[in-house]
Design a protein around this ligand. Structure first.
Ligand SMILES: [Zn+2]
Ligand SMILES: [Zn+2]
Length: 181
């Protein structure tokens, strides 16, 4: 089986560890996980692990392969999906056999965030929908912070938290909106 990025380099097995069985390219460091190996591992892996926050101190650089790739197993096109959740690269999966391609460090980064047991979800419409929503929310927050300023924004958030929990919030909101008061 040959590397979908380097084309001529043959993939070889990595020593078995706590990750699914992986094939690696010695030239670009990319890794291939067969669909069957992923599901087998996921079954023995147990409960889905809770997502961990981004560790800014432990950032690995990823050279996300730019060109469209063909599956090293069956030759079909690999589809590409954004991971989101603070991860700025995309991962690839074969539309036919379901195998996964990770450019160098991508698997390790997902593992460090406990997103490695979610890679099959990343290719679902629900996942895509959720990260689009998150991005919209973040853009809105950035816009608001620009308009209001960092310090005032902290007060706005505190006020919103207080108001949301208040049993008479509708009355308070009506009062705030009333221009005659
Ligand atoms: Zn390669
Ligand atoms: Zn395939």
């Amino acid at each position: 089986m040959k590397c979908p990025v380097c084309k001529t380099i043959v993939l070889h097995s990595l020593p078995q560890d706590e990750s699914p069985a992986r094939l690696v390219c010695d030239s670009c460091g990319g890794q291939w996980i067969k669909s069957f190996q992923y599901w087998k591992w996921l079954k023995s892996h147990g409960e889905n692990l809770p997502e961990k926050p981004v560790d800014e101190g432990a950032q690995l650089l990823v050279d996300d392969s730019a060109a469209a790739m063909l599956c090293p197993e069956c030759g079909q096109i690999l589809m590409r999906r954004r991971v989101g959740h603070g991860v700025d690269f995309r991962i690839d999966r074969c539309v036919a056999c379901g195998g996964f391609w990770f450019d160098q460090h991508e698997w390790d980064i997902l593992k460090s965030r406990n997103l490695h047991d979610d890679v099959h979800f990343i290719f679902s419409a629900a996942w895509e929908h959720r990260i689009t929503q998150q991005e919209r929310q973040e853009a809105q927050n950035r816009w608001l912070e620009n308009a209001v300023g960092d310090q005032e924004m902290a007060r706005v958030r505190e006020f919103k938290k207080w108001l949301t929990a208040h049993p008479s919030r509708d009355v308070i909101l009506a009062f705030l909106r009333d221009k005659d008061e």
